[in-house]
Write a new protein. Structure first.
Ligand code: NDP
Length: 280
């Protein structure tokens, strides 16, 4: 397998451009061992960024994550998220401590505001900065922020320390290419693409299937390769199947011709005007 492509964070740290999602994990005890195994398989294959949140399985996904990283914490770049209603200055600190104890670790590498809620960004950012100063988190960022939200964030004290924006981005949801993606690229703020295979819904698209076949690849691999070829984009596919994690990891090895990328542009057209950021 070739080397994993990497994305640089504003701090200068490089993280793999292909990571592991965890939404829907930790909801059913009967699936737990397989979920842990899937994450471990991903880590073995170089997908050493894990994305989780206090929301997923109401803490259950963080417990699964904690099990997967137990004897290899230093290999992993750990991302978690705080609920908006917990995102007061004091609330983010308390939520972070709960997440740390569920994951049985002493630090989260990147801690995100899951989406914008009722708390002032000033308060959330101040809480994030407190956590950074005490070493509980390495960096902080946001999720589901459109370009105008990002502009607003920069007006907040320490807002310029935002290290990532995690948003819905895949072949069938290319709206961010019009404004948000270039905005982030110009400022060196990575975009984490969530639902990178549109939760499986795009995988039967005829053109995607045709191109995948031409490379002896799968539609999921082509969909992921599309994302990680963009500068400053990290894709975080979720799978609770070790075999599918292996399949997804192989996306990094795909070398697709310009002609086929153009064919995909016809099947999944890029935006021609501003579209509001979509959310799942
Ligand atoms: P994905 O696009 O990653 O799709 C996940 C679904 O696709 C699962 O049902 C999975 O099933 C299936 N799947 C995975 N790999 C393959 C494959 N190779 N072939 C066919 N099916 C496959 O969707 P998610 O919504 O889970 O997004 C990824 C991650 O992004 C989340 O897990 C979460 O960490 C994050 N996220 C963040 C959000 C936010 O608001 N910040 C919102 C949504 C997601 P199976 O597990 O059975 O393999």
């Amino acid at each position: 397998m070739p080397d994993m492509p990497v994305t640089r964070l504003p701090s200068g740290i490089s993280v793999p451009s292909l990571g592991l999602g965890t939404w829907k994990m930790g909801e059913d005890a009967r699936s737990a061992d397989r979920e842990v195994e899937s994450l471990k398989r991903g880590l073995d294959l170089g997908m050493t960024l894990i994305d989780t949140a206090e929301m997923y399985g109401e803490g259950g996904a963080e417990i699964i994550t904690g099990r997967a990283i137990a004897d290899r914490r230093d290999e992993v770049f750990l991302v978690s998220k705080v609920y908006p209603w917990n995102a007061s200055r004091r609330g983010v600190i308390d939520a972070c401590h709960r997440s740390l104890s569920r994951m049985k670790t002493d630090r989260i590498d990147l801690y995100l505001l899951h989406w914008r809620g009722e708390h002032e960004l000033e308060a959330t950012v101040a809480g994030f900065e407190d956590l950074r100063e005490t070493g509980k988190i390495g960096a902080w960022g946001v999720s589901n922020f459109d370009a105008d939200d990002m502009e607003g964030l920069l007006d907040v004290p320490a807002g310029e320390n935002c290290a990532a924006n995690q948003v819905l981005y895949n072949l069938s949801r290319r709206g961010i290419e019009y404004d948000l993606l270039p905005w982030c690229q110009q400022r060196g703020i990575p975009v984490m693409a969530y639902s990178p295979i549109e939760q499986g819904r795009i995988l039967r698209n005829a053109e995607l299937v045709r191109i995948a076949k031409a490379y002896q690849a799968t539609p999921a691999q082509v969909a992921l390769a599309f994302l990680i070829r963009q500068q400053g984009v990290i894709a975080i596919p979720k799978s609770s199947s070790p075999e599918r994690v292996e399949e997804n990891a192989c996306a990094m090895a795909l070398d697709i011709s310009d002609r086929d990328w153009q064919a995909l542009d016809l099947a999944f057209p890029p935006p021609r005007r501003k579209l509001p950021l979509e959310m799942l």
